[in-house]
Design a protein around this ligand. Structure first.
Ligand SMILES: Nc1nc2c(c(=O)[nH]1)N[C@H]1C(S)=C(S)[C@@H](COP(=O)(O)O)O[C@H]1N2
Ligand SMILES: [Mo]
Length: 370
């Protein structure tokens, strides 16, 4: 079973899932950059939902694939290195690049899995580190495939059970046939997909045992940070609550009733958490543009949102001008036909199309057009 015949076949699927994970990861990283040379588009509204769903699904599917792949190739680590200096140097370079590939791949999958369960047992910034090592892994992967290409080609052209490419030391048959091992591997990857896909695909929710964030929260929507955890229980329910909207010297404040008295619109937009879950909801509230007009902010103004939450990385977010001017971008007061619950951002929250969940700021206190 530990032959190039198996390794190359598992490798193809692993390569596809890493490639997909890499590309969708780049999208997610870019969507969260404060300065974007090419502005991230506001349409389609569900775009980020799809790319981030695929990111977490392909990453999870890569876990069993990587485990099987490592298991099929690890005896190669114990092969005797060549005696000649030139051969030895090539071997050291190759094993070195594989060490980098394995270490970065394991780091990416482990940190990604932990993140998808909202578990951050480390002090470094997840996004920066995950992003940097993604480039390391993809670079090492491209190098690995390039080095192995002749062998991969030969192995894929031959029958799975062909033993011509096997290690000379591989003499004993395995407990499973090669086809049996491959089928089990595809099954494991399929189970990993189904177990996480419910995070973003509604009808799979019941069978997706790893879709931890999709359990019904208040108003049919999961909650990442609760009002209690954000420390806003008092300020968000206080009768003294005011939303401040500012542009240049102009400054207006709105109580909850004043916000409710402004023209209300309803939009169906998803929340797509970077941790993988996503859900559509029907949001009702004031168009952001309506508020910006009231303080004379010109079209194209970028907007900074501040939360009642006093600390934490997600208490503020910046919204580019073309998102702020989009008719679907709301300061929402209601969700799915009910007044926004405290956990979903009462008194009001930002909801914009095609935007990572972490930037859909809840419990708004200040909206500043720049
Ligand atoms: N002020 C504030 N807003 C926030 C957050 C937060 O921690 N603080 N979490 C964000 C994240 S990570 C997500 S995915 C969405 C989730 O919104 P929900 O809890 O209403 O579903 O809210 C976002 N808004
Ligand atoms: Mo999130």
């Amino acid at each position: 079973m530990r032959s190039p015949a198996v390794a190359s076949r598992v490798g193809v699927l692993l390569g596809i899932s890493f490639g997909l994970c890499f590309l969708t990861g780049l999208v997610s990283h870019y969507a969260q950059l404060p300065q974007q040379p090419v502005p991230f588009p506001a349409s389609p509204a569900w775009g980020y939902r799809v790319t981030q769903g695929l990111h977490v699904i392909s990453g999870t599917a890569a876990v069993p694939l990587l485990l099987v792949k490592l298991w099929t190739v690890y005896p190669r680590l114990f092969l005797r290195p060549p005696r000649r200096l030139r051969g030895l140097l090539v071997e050291v370079a190759e094993r070195g690049s594989i060490a980098v590939l394995v270490a970065s791949a394991v780091f990416l999958l482990a940190s990604g899995l932990a993140n998808s369960t909202a578990w951050y047992p480390w002090a470094f910034s997840f996004r920066t580190t995950h992003y940097a090592l993604a480039w390391v892994a993809i670079g090492a992967l491209v190098l690995h495939v390039a080095v192995k290409l002749p062998l991969i080609r030969q192995a894929l052209r031959a029958d799975v059970d062909d033993t011509a490419l096997d290690r000379p030391t591989a003499t004993e048959p395995g407990a499973l046939s090669r086809r049996g091992l491959l089928r089990t591997t595809w099954l494991a990857a399929g189970v990993a997909v189904v177990a996480t896909a419910g995070n973003s695909v509604g009808w799979l929710r019941e069978v997706s045992v790893l879709a931890v964030r999709s359990s019904d929260g208040p108003q049919g929507l999961p909650v990442t940070k609760s009002a209690r955890a954000a420390g806003v229980l008092e300020t968000a329910t206080s009768p003294a609550y005011r939303l401040t909207v500012e542009h240049a010297g102009e400054r207006r404040t709105f109580g909850l009733e004043e916000l409710q008295a402004l023209p209300q619109v309803t939009e169906t937009l998803p929340i797509a958490c970077v941790e993988g879950w996503s859900e559509n909801a029907e949001w009702t509230g004031v168009r952001l543009r309506t508020l910006l007009d009231l303080v004379g902010a010109p079209a194209g103004s970028a907007v900074v949102f501040e939360s009642l939450q006093e600390s934490g990385a997600f208490r503020t977010s910046a919204l580019p001008g073309h998102f702020a001017d989009d008719d679907r971008t709301l300061v929402a007061l209601r969700v799915n036909g009910e007044v926004l619950s405290l956990d979903h951002g009462h008194p009001c929250r930002l909801i914009a199309p095609n935007r990572p969940g972490v930037r859909q700021t809840k419990w708004l206190s200040r909206v500043v057009a720049t």
